[in-house]
Design a binder for this molecule. Structure first.
Ligand code: CA
Length: 406
């Protein structure tokens, strides 16, 4: 190995995720995370080792690289894996090709043209339905037939490390008939994963569940910030709007579908049987451990949730097939988020709304304070990794600090 990779690194030789970084003397460009370093792809390209137009590595987003197609992006990943393990490769004795992650700034990895948020965890949908509607009838009649989703705001998706301000808006206190205006009192995270599309379709074309994986480039961790008090008042009758569109945060490294291949698992059984266009063959869920921590200002982090991407009722292939079944087009760089990923146990719920059960069961922090929702000064950090037979493929983290309302 021509670079040290710490044991248990998310960015092992089996991973090779793509991102956009810059340093004091390097403009934003494409890179690959390896151990605690970044391999500068724009610099590697200068060695004349790639047989395509490597200007794609000097762009401020990976869209053009991804657009080259999986034949090329898969080969780049394979070549890098090979070169890193060969002491005589083109990457050897070239320390200027590597940058320490601690000395780099990460940027949004792709330009996101369109963003869709699904609602595909049956545990989450059941919990929310129980709290807001009817415990005996928590799921709406369509839920097991349709991967429910809505179109979100692409331009407010931000990368890990960028702080957000507490949103303001209209809320209606329980003891009042009229709304009030002010900072949200119930700011929440949603633990999700997002996949990024890697191919375009034209209007009126559809992507089948069998084809779907050819259209998925890779995944990131996704925190879908939510203002529960604003949401509760505004979402009837149409759905999410200002409670959701002020920010969503993502991890900076896109882990490719190829890197996740060893971690495929079967999804939950779907009954009743879904319509033919949503049926699929093979293992379409992925065993990815997820966790969320809250770090109060100047204090230690408390882990508040352990969940797993494998719990998803609807898988990504079904989501993409459903999204396009009416002829809706997709473009390279579209972001499709899973919806909050909750498991069955109370410590696996993917939002404060569920973890603290609408504020009735506050969570204890290590510093002795309690949380029903997220306070000003708190930093919310999500992490994710897959591990099997000594191979670890991780996502790093998405970490976001909440500042007071502006
Ligand atoms: Ca969401």
């Amino acid at each position: 190995m021509i670079i040290d990779i710490p044991e248990n690194s998310d960015f092992s030789i089996h991973n090779i995720p793509f991102g956009i970084f810059s340093t004091k003397d390097r403009s934003p460009r494409a890179g690959v995370a390896i151990g605690e370093h970044i391999l500068d792809l724009a610099a590697v390209a200068e060695l004349d080792v790639f047989d395509f137009n490597t200007a794609v590595f000097e762009k401020e987003a990976l869209n053009d690289f991804i657009s080259l197609g999986k034949d090329i992006t898969k080969k780049v990943r394979k070549n890098i894996q090979h070169w890193l393990q060969d002491d005589n490769s083109v990457l050897a004795n070239n320390p200027e090709l590597f940058v320490k992650q601690s000395e780099a700034q990460m940027h949004m990895p792709v330009y996101v043209g369109d963003y869709t948020d699904f609602y595909s965890s049956i545990e989450h949908a059941t919990n929310v339905g129980t709290m807001f509607r009817d415990p005996n009838n928590a799921l709406l009649p369509n839920w097991k037939h349709i991967p429910v989703g809505y179109h979100g705001r692409a331009s407010s998706i931000i990368v890990s490390g960028e702080a957000i301000h507490r949103p303001k808006g209209q809320t209606k206190p329980n003891d009042s008939d009229t709304p009030v205006f002010g900072p949200s009192q119930r700011l929440d995270f949603e633990l999700e994963m997002g996949f990024i599309t890697g191919r375009n379709t034209h209007l009126s074309e559809s992507v089948s569940t069998a084809e779907a994986e050819d259209y998925i480039f890779g995944l990131v961790l996704f925190n879908d910030w939510s203002a529960r008090d604003i949401q509760k008042w505004e979402y009837v009758p149409l759905g999410p709007f200002l409670a959701k569109n002020f920010a969503s945060s993502i991890s900076p490294w896109i882990v490719t579908l190829e890197a996740l291949e060893p971690f495929r698992v079967e999804g939950p059984e779907q009954t009743p049987e879904v319509l033919p266009y949503l049926q699929y063959e093979g293992e379409k869920n992925y065993d990815i451990n997820l966790e969320v921590g809250i770090t109060p200002e100047g204090s230690k982090e408390t882990t508040v949730c352990h969940s797993n991407f494998k719990y998803m009722y609807w898988n990504m292939a079904q989501q993409l097939a459903h999204h396009t079944v009416n002829g809706c087009n997709i473009n390279v760089g579209d972001m499709m988020a899973s919806g909050t990923i909750s498991g069955k146990s109370e410590d696996s719920y993917g939002s404060m709304l569920e973890l603290a059960w609408m504020g009735t069961k506050p969570l204890k922090m290590k510093d002795g304070t309690e949380r029903k929702f997220i306070n000003d000064g708190d930093t919310v950090t999500m992490r994710g990794y897959a591990e099997k037979d000594g191979q670890r493929v991780g996502f790093g983290e998405v970490s976001t600090k909440v500042l007071p309302a502006k």
